[in-house]
Design a protein around this ligand. Structure first.
Ligand SMILES: [Zn+2]
Length: 474
């Protein structure tokens, strides 16, 4: 990324924006400076709050943000802080005039973050730090950036007197990184507050930059694999280790694990994964790109499958994966184990149920004496349909910041709040205005960072999105 002063960058973007006929509302450099500063101040405040699971800091954050909406003129009855255990959700409705006769659009992000040990970081994780190019801190990328951005966006639009043609709803959840229960609390108990034609989950997706700072692709998440964890337990009557027998819980479990190691789930495809491979292929000028192109053209191409399966970053896009992640066995060094348990974590391709995959694993293992259990409550959701309105709006809005960047649909291997919106019947698309070099992606890791230019770029992107999806009717 070439170094450029921030204000120069803002001016450049404003010039780009003003030259685009698709967007009627011009952004003055003064307004961009003002709301850019607001987003930065919100990010600084957000990062200073240690909103990790169990710490109980989310409600104060939600109340602080609620106040910002109130001060901006949103009526009190349209701002709801919804407590849930030690955490909370915040829902804000931006009322439209109903002129489009369309259902609401939901915009969702999360206020909680993954834990961070200050001892491991070069910089303090719960303090916004910066250099010329980046902001650093836990949550600057995932997901306090977009919480700050959406809050600023609503405040800015309100200050301009903008009235959308349909309601816009912000839902900030409070435990996306841990239990993902606040989202379920919203879909189950507060459906009337968050019901929408579709949800834009502003978390994940977004643009990729190469080493020269050039944008080469933009991803929208359309589907998520089902995250499911199984425990597989061998039991035995045990005994003293001085009198061993051939039957042994650890041997039984080890044999089962070896059979899992030999197993590969069948290759599966859908419209999203095939489009993803076909559109990503041209950007990788290597054997992987070549394999993607061949696979997209013919999903039974064995050598393409072998190449892609050999890459941990792509194997999950080819089908279901299951892998042992934890072991627990025995109770004393001089006793025969009475039980041995393996934890097996699966990422299930859309269209398969958790039960189907458990059955397949049981067949593979071939030992009916083993006990199986599902850990936690997995949620399956179908892929969201292609939505031309959203895709066109994204492409037009990207023209304001990175003209011509190809838009690529993506299936995510993890589970975000979006899976619960989908499971509740609200199609959900994950996207963000953030562009970054994949090498600079430190979400969940040490020294998480986001480009400072992401603030003006994202403000331009989201103003355009709102104008296109909920602006005055032509
Ligand atoms: Zn996130």
């Amino acid at each position: 990324m070439p170094r450029r002063s921030r204000s120069a960058h803002v001016l450049l973007l404003c010039a780009l924006l003003a030259s685009s006929p698709a967007f009627a509302v011009e952004i003055t450099p003064e307004a961009m400076e003002r709301y850019g500063n607001m987003a930065e101040a919100l990010l600084r405040d957000g990062v200073s709050r240690k909103t990790v699971a169990g710490a109980g800091h989310v409600p104060a954050y939600a109340n602080f943000l609620a106040q910002k909406f109130q001060q901006a003129g949103f009526p009190e009855q349209d701002i709801k802080v919804i407590p849930y255990g030690e955490t909370a959700a915040l829902v804000v409705r931006y009322r439209g005039d109903g002129s489009s006769n369309r259902k609401s659009i939901l915009l969702s992000s999360h206020m909680d973050v993954v834990g961070a040990d200050p001892g491991d970081w070069e910089r303090h994780p719960f303090e916004l730090q910066e250099d010329d190019t980046f902001y650093f801190g836990r949550g600057v990328l995932d997901n306090k950036f977009d919480v700050s951005l959406l809050t600023t966006l609503f405040v800015w639009l309100k200050a301009e007197g903008f009235v959308p043609s349909r309601d816009l709803i912000i839902a900030f959840t409070g435990d996306e990184e841990s239990y993902q229960e606040t989202v379920q609390h919203l879909t189950n108990e507060f459906r009337n507050l968050i019901d929408a034609e579709y949800a834009l989950v502003v978390d994940g997706g977004g643009g990729a930059l190469d080493d020269t700072g050039k944008a080469f692709q933009y991803q929208i998440g359309f589907a998520e694999k089902t995250y499911a964890t199984f425990s597989m337990t061998a039991r035995n009557r045990g005994g003293h280790s001085s009198m061993p027998r051939p039957d042994n819980a650890i041997f039984d479990l080890a044999a089962a694990i070896q059979r899992l190691e030999m197993h590969t789930f069948p290759v599966e495809t859908n419209e999203i994964t095939l489009t993803y491979f076909a559109r990503t292929a041209p950007f990788l000028e290597n054997e992987v790109g070549d394999a993607m192109a061949r696979f997209a053209a013919d999903p039974s191409d064995e050598s393409a499958i072998e190449t892609l399966r050999g890459k941990p970053e792509y194997v999950g896009t080819l089908g279901t994966t299951c892998i042992p992640t934890m072991l627990e066995a025995g109770h004393a060094e001089n006793a025969l184990p009475r039980s041995a348990t393996a934890t097996v974590n699966c990422r299930i391709f859309p269209g398969n149920s958790v039960e189907d995959i458990q059955r397949e694993l049981q067949v593979v293992v071939g030992n009916s004496a083993l006990e199986w259990a599902v850990v936690g409550t997995p949620v399956s959701s179908d892929a969201s349909p292609f939505n031309p309105e959203v895709i066109d709006a994204v492409a037009t809005s990207l023209d304001q910041i990175y003209p011509g960047v190809p838009v690529i649909p993506k299936m995510v291997s993890g589970t975000t709040d979006g899976a619960y919106f989908r499971a509740a019947g609200i199609p959900s698309y994950s996207l963000t205005g953030i562009f970054l070099n994949p090498a600079d992606s430190y979400a969940h890791g040490l020294n998480e960072r986001v480009r400072k230019a992401s603030i003006p770029e994202s403000l331009i992107f989201w103003r355009s999105m709102i104008a296109l999806l909920a602006g005055p009717q032509q």
